[in-house]
Design a protein around this ligand. Sequence first.
Ligand SMILES: [Zn+2]
Length: 233
Amino acid sequence: MKRILVFVLSCLLVTSCTKDDDSEKDLAKELSEQQKEFVKEYKHVVVDDLNLKWKKEIKLFLDGTITTDYEDMVKNTLATFNNFFSDGMKITLVNTLAESNVHLYNGPKSEIANLWPDIYNAIGDSDVGYGSSSWFSNSAEGEKLIDSGRVWVNQNTGMPLFSHELGHVLGLGHSSQKYCGSSIMCSVPAQEFSSFDIAMMKILYHPQIKSGATFEEIESIVTKLLLSNEISF
Ligand SMILES: [Zn+2]
């Protein structure tokens, strides 16, 4: 009797799994060619870069050569970033290093030799900026979450570089060569966010996207967000 029950149960499970897979494949077929291209690029930029995200407010401290103009530009750029998040995520400026979880240093490369020797050694002569983040494993919820970051920007660089490095801190990798020229996440950042850049951040910081999830785990969520036009470009 027990054996039969187990057999029937496993059949039901297999059947329902198969059905789900089929309907999700059918759903993906409804995407436009541009949406399919986007999903491919999302996988490259975000998921292949671990698909990690923050789950608490970023508190950014500006250090080094910070003029009033630079701080004003950063405030405007952060307001733009904050529009991309719908899961409660927010980036704010704080006045001290002690309050911060992201430390930005604006200055010549020589000035970070003592501050961050690891970053100093990692950057090449032609580099003008660097963004890094670290994560921890939240055992209670089983999620890996980003919880701190460091950014170096060379002096006299503007908001495209700032946005690029902040993009790394938020969990984005580099765009593929195909989108260089239009994406802020190209290794030579574009001047403005592309519609793909914006949609990527809107998806990563959507409440339905779990940090550290695999592509298979999020593919149907991304497909549905695109098909419903909740995320469009
Ligand atoms: Zn980069």
